[in-house]
Design a protein around this ligand. Structure first.
Ligand code: PMP
Length: 296
């Protein structure tokens, strides 16, 4: 279902401090970020005109750059303000937003200290509508053939482009086999995460989720842990072996794009989205609304 190509849209992209017409936000083929994956990004969502947890996303973006040994040449305040400007200029209320920073094209070999660091921010409409009933049917996952690598082999705490290579491969294989997504194990064989979302398991009032020691500790993950505790669930972070999945009743994914997505199946393991999924899907949708405090 190919929509309008991402480079052929109307609107404005914030590019190194200026608003640039969408189709003109380009870079050169000899860009370090493209050749060597020296690029970090964020995926964040606006609900009702406000980016949910904007400062946390901005801080993670800056931290990801530092992990890749570069400083984004804008402060957190400037980046937050630029994100707000992108929403306003494009007249967006419910949107997905993609800030991305990368090393430029001054030199093209492995060392890149002389290369300028660029920052661009794009946003596009992404309605927050969904029917909880539809979502509660749950999606089908299969196992990925790839493993989340050891922290000694890749900077796993950065939201960096290079870490997504195995996610794209895993997602392609899953989709080719008729599944919505793939669940990845880590280098030790423990359950890790999906290709763009964290995973949780439920038994009664107990929720268990993998310890994020070699993959992204998602902002949605942390939000949902708080919501689950507030709703009376216990939340344990620990290593989970794949064969333990047979012991859980419910399973769901969390992520900025996924929000809270119930899971009906991980290959041979079946789940029935129930009370915990329903509670957290709804609690998260309430949490992201900017007028939540006023409405309470
Ligand atoms: N893991 C991966 C690999 C992701 O791409 C994402 C989405 N950014 C997440 C987890 C969830 O992170 P967040 O809740 O911060 O969006």
């Amino acid at each position: 279902m190919a929509g309008v190509p991402m480079d052929q849209r109307d609107g404005w992209i914030w590019y190194n401090g200026e608003m640039v017409p969408w189709r003109d936000a380009k870079l050169h083929v000899l860009t370090h970020g493209l050749h060597y994956a020296s690029s970090v990004f964020e995926g964040q969502r606006a609900y009702g005109g406000e980016v949910f947890k904007l400062r946390e996303h901005t801080e993670r973006l800056i931290a990801s750059g530092k992990i890749l040994d570069f400083d984004i040449p804008f402060t957190a305040d400037q980046i937050d303000e630029a994100c707000r400007q992108v929403l306003a200029k494009n007249e967006l209320e419910d949107a997905y937003m993609r800030p991305i920073a990368w090393r430029g094209s001054e030199t093209i070999s492995v060392p890149a200290r002389e290369n300028k660091v660029h920052l661009a921010i794009a946003a596009w409409q992404w309605p927050s509508y969904f029917s909880p009933e539809e979502r509660l049917k749950g999606i089908r996952l299969t196992w990925s053939q790839w493993k989340r690598p050891s922290p000694e082999t890749i900077p796993c705490k950065a939201k960096a482009a290079g870490l997504y290579m195995i996610c794209t491969l895993s997602k392609h294989a899953a989709m080719d086999a008729g599944y919505a997504d793939a669940l990845m194990l880590d280098y030790r064989g423990y359950v890790a995460e999906a290709t763009g979302a964290n995973v949780f398991f439920v038994k009664g009032k107990e929720i268990t989720t993998p310890t994020p020691d070699c993959f992204l500790d998602g902002i949605t993950r942390r939000t949902v842990i708080g919501l689950a505790k507030a709703a009376g669930y216990s939340v344990t972070e620990r290593h989970i072996k794949p064969e333990e999945l047979s012991e859980f009743d419910e399973c769901f994914l969390t992520g900025t794009a996924a929000e809270v997505t119930p899971v009906a199946e991980v290959s041979e393991y079946k789940f029935t989205p129930g009370e915990a999924c329903r509670t957290l899907v709804e609690a998260y949708m309430t949490e992201v609304q900017p007028n939540k405090a006023a409405a309470e």
